[in-house]
Design a protein around this ligand. Structure first.
Ligand code: CP
Length: 320
């Protein structure tokens, strides 16, 4: 992609990306996977750039992998949580973000419990790029990219015509929303299976079909994405009985055997063993859960490099 200048200041969700841009990020991530396998896992490409990781919600995988990704690109990374920040003294999200931008970072990575928080900041921060690391139940674009990367590797690049079943708490899942958009854009058929109370009302408008039982959902499926049950986002009794939930929705090796031969299982984490996925399946050769985590570093390196070098590429193109 010679002379290619990334057209987006921010990464807010996957539906902002064209197929060419998705391929560009996934191909870049392949190159960073090679860097990550070297004894010295560091390249100088973002030396002198600053990246702020502002996580107003808990995270293990996303926060750590963005931090590692930035450092492996030689950028300076600074992490701030809601706890320990002046948001705990009542400072607003807008003022927090403007304050952080005044320190001249090149990229602000944000996780927040409010839907649209990343969009809100992207409209107000004119100098630094905003990367959405998960906003409420709305979007988690880098998770969808790393899931697509993991499946693309699993299927040797052939996504078209494959089937993925997404199972569990779809109502509260930003991972499901971004995955449905990205996988369907890549030609993957997406099925959904959830308790009635955890299935959004408007799925008729989504590029996905609903399975009415697990057997129907699993038939011919090439991969299953289990979702975490987000009890912290449930305000009313949507699930009367966790044991009953596990009996119907927990994916086991036995249930995976009803899917297509060679089917694999993914989970964005953190996993609740025995509730969404059985412990033996999570630890089995059919699980790609740790491959997803591993891919997260390479995919986030691709995203950070693409956004972090964009201004330099624009300046060079303008002959400055
Ligand atoms: N998948 C995911 O977003 O995990 P964390 O909450 O640990 O970042």
């Amino acid at each position: 992609m010679n002379q290619f200048i990334w057209p987006h200041k921010d990464l807010l969700d996957v539906d902002d990306l064209s197929l060419e841009e998705i391929s560009y990020l996934l191909d870049s991530a392949e190159q960073f996977q090679e860097v990550n396998s070297r004894p010295i896992k560091k390249v100088p490409t973002l030396r002198g750039k600053g990246i702020v990781l502002f996580f107003a919600e808990d995270s293990t995988r996303t926060k750590t992998s963005f931090d590692i990704a930035g450092k492996r690109l030689s950028a300076d990374t600074f992490a701030l949580g809601k706890s320990g920040s002046s948001m705990n003294k009542g400072e607003s999200l807008k003022d927090t973000a403007l304050t952080l931008e005044a320190m001249n970072p090149d990229i602000l990575v944000i996780r927040h419990s409010a839907n649209g928080a990343a969009h809100f900041l992207a409209e107000r921060l004119t100098r630094c790029s905003v990367v959405n690391a998960g906003d409420g139940r709305h979007a988690h674009p880098t998770q969808a990219l790393l899931d697509a990367y993991t499946l693309r590797r699993q299927w040797q690049g052939k996504m078209q015509g494959k089937t993925v079943l997404i199972v569990g708490d779809i109502l509260h899942s930003r991972v499901a929303r971004s995955n449905i958009k990205l996988l369907s854009a890549l030609g993957v058929k997406v099925r959904l299976f959830a308790p009635r109370t955890l299935m959004p009302l408007h799925i008729a408008h989504w590029p996905a079909e609903e399975a009415h039982d697990l057997n129907e959902g699993l038939a011919g499926t090439d991969a299953v994405i289990c979702l975490r049950l987000q009890l912290e986002r449930q305000t009313s009794g949507l699930l009367p009985d966790l044991a009953e939930y596990a009996a119907r929705f927990c994916i086991t090796s036995k249930s995976l055997s009803l899917a297509a031969p060679g089917a694999v299982v993914l989970h964005p984490g953190p996993i609740n063993r025995g509730l969404e996925i059985s412990a033996e399946l999570a630890d089995s050769p059919h699980s790609r859960i740790l491959d997803q985590v591993n891919a997260g570093v390479a995919v986030r390196m691709a995203v950070l490099l693409t956004l972090g070098s964009r201004n330099d590429a624009l300046a060079a193109a303008c002959g400055q």
